[in-house]
Ligand binder design. Structure first.
Ligand code: KIV
Ligand code: ZN
Length: 513
């Protein structure tokens, strides 16, 4: 079987789902990891949907070198022009235009007749082709479309310059057999199908997105559209890690070396995305869940000890999960620490390394053994701290008083440069009280909490509290991260870092106004 391209849409279909919004910095971090993972195409966003989306697509287009960068566009001139403006500086730009082809969508959503959809397909594909050689055309809701009509649409898209034809299962309705037949039928009927690539894009409403995508490949598709951790609208999209590892594990079905993915980057990609959206993998999530490679029952353990292959069809190492967790402590030197960071896949500048090493030493005074999870949390956190030191409020000290029979009180002292500010507040618990005290000092613009999540970095009661906060203000999100063996401190640090980012953005807006 020839190569299967992996088209990642975490930053578009994934990001547009509730609770998964990312800011520019986070999107760039995801794009960099997708490049390390070696996906073929990054769909960086839907450029016309907001100025923020345009900015992130354009920035990713300029940043990424080793992947095609695509922007989504409806089949209108305005959308296509905007998509092109956003991707034009990419090393390999792609415009991805779509129009719905099912009777339901044409009548009720587009309010267009089938003839109008045919005309629009031809005209807008040709319009996009004036800008860009690499054009993907998607027939939205293809799996609920009339197949004869779908073939006419696809024929016109190819005739007018589409190089990739995507047949999405937009509502997660189809079955593997149907998907395989749909791809094979359309490819069989439409002239010049062999001159373009066919693609599948499946949603997971009935839990069949991965199976449907693989069936599409068996039907002749050569591109799979998917997202890290299966993020996406409603029940999500095809999970990249699952579909890639299925093909890698079954060369007898899909052939050798089907994708160019560096599978050892999968675990890191999954953690990066979960961390940004403030979630953790369900423990039994295939490939990346905590239990995915654990063998608990006696019978299984016995078999695995005799021969791993009895119950293990793929190894944790293949997806970048380290099984030997080297524990560092207060006697570990800077050199050993730096080498270990490099083994974990982190590339830090000297300055960043100094920062993380100082945090690591401080942690060693509070915690005997520092695990890989702790170190990873420190590295992610250190970039936030560096930003704060560049000018925002910093925590000086705090005190909380809480019992289960009185109202909690918190006192917070913050520093801005060399100036100090103190405030005291009551609240529904010590964290609420501390946040109210902070608000009375910082006086931020109105915002809501999109995410407030307290986790632990590792197992054991001396673990660190790992707090993620995402504030929503003026249609944007501002994230903050706090890390400490004290969860009150971690929460205060996370809130402060989100507020500092919000303040910095408001100040920029005011300067530009
Ligand atoms: O699900 C879908 O149909 C889509 C298209 C826009 C490709 O996301
Ligand atoms: Zn979709």
């Amino acid at each position: 079987m020839s190569r299967i391209k992996i088209f990642d849409t975490t930053l578009r279909d994934g990001e547009q789902s509730p609770g998964c919004s990312m800011n520019l910095k986070e999107k760039i971090e995801v794009a960099r990891q997708l490049e390390r993972l070696r996906v073929d195409v990054i769909e960086a966003g839907f450029a016309i949907s907001s100025p923020g989306d345009f900015e992130s697509v354009a920035t990713i287009a300029k940043t990424v070198k080793d992947c095609t960068v695509a922007s989504l566009a409806r089949a209108t001139e305005k959308d296509i022009d905007c998509a092109w403006e956003a991707v034009k500086e990419a090393a390999d730009p792609r415009i991805h235009l779509f129009i719905a082809t099912s009777p339901l969508h044409m009548e009720y959503k587009l309010r267009m007749t089938p003839e109008q959809v045919l005309e629009r397909t031809a005209a807008m594909t040709a319009h996009a082709k004036k800008y860009c050689a690499n054009i993907e055309f998607s027939a939205e809701d293809a799996t609920r479309s009339d197949v004869d009509f779908l073939c006419r649409v696809v024929d016109l898209a190819i005739k007018n310059g589409a190089t990739v034809i995507n047949l999405p299962d937009t509502v997660g309705y189809t079955t593997p057999e149907e998907m395989r037949a749909l791809i094979a039928t359309v490819m069989g009927r439409v002239p010049d199908s062999d001159k373009v690539e066919f693609s599948v894009h499946c949603h997971n409403d009935l839990g069949m997105a991965v199976a449907n995508s693989l069936a599409g490949v068996l039907g002749g598709a050569r591109q799979i559209e998917c997202t890290i951790n299966g993020l996406g609208e409603r029940a999500g999209n095809t999970a990249l890690e699952e579909v890639v590892m299925a093909m890698r594990t079954r060369p007898d079905v899909f052939g050798e070396e089907t994708t160019r993915i560096d599978t050892t980057q999968i675990a890191r990609a999954s953690r990066t995305v979960y961390t940004i959206i403030g979630q953790k993998a369900p423990i039994n999530k295939p490939i990346v869940g905590r239990n995915a490679f654990l063998h608990e029952s006696g019978i299984h353990q016995h078999g695995v000890l005799a021969n791993k292959k009895t119950y293990e069809i793929l190894t944790p190492e293949a997806v970048g999960i380290r099984t030997e967790n080297l524990v560092l402590g207060k006697h570990s030197g800077r050199h050993a620490f730096a080498t270990h960071l490099a083994d974990l896949g982190f590339e830090l500048t000297e300055e960043e390394l100094n920062h993380v090493f100082a945090e690591f030493k401080a942690l060693c005074d509070k915690k005997k053994d520092v695990s890989d999870e702790d170190i990873e949390a420190l590295v992610t956190h250190s970039t936030t701290v560096a930003e704060e030191e560049a000018g925002g409020y910093r925590l000086d000290w705090f005190a909380v008083q809480t019992t289960n029979f009185t109202t909690a009180t918190s006192t917070v002292s913050l520093k801005l440069g060399e100036e100090k500010f103190q405030a005291v507040s009551l609240g529904d618990g010590p964290i609420d009280a501390a946040f109210q005290a902070i608000d009375s000092i910082v006086k931020p613009v109105a915002h809501t909490f999109d995410i407030f999540r307290i986790d632990s970095t590792s197992q054991g009661k001396d673990t660190m509290g790992d707090v993620r906060i995402k504030l929503m203000a003026e249609g944007r999100t501002f994230s903050g991260h706090g890390l400490s063996t004290d969860i009150f401190e971690a929460s205060i640090l996370a809130y402060l870092s989100a507020l500092n980012r919000l303040n910095a953005w408001v100040a920029r807006q005011n300067r530009e106004a």
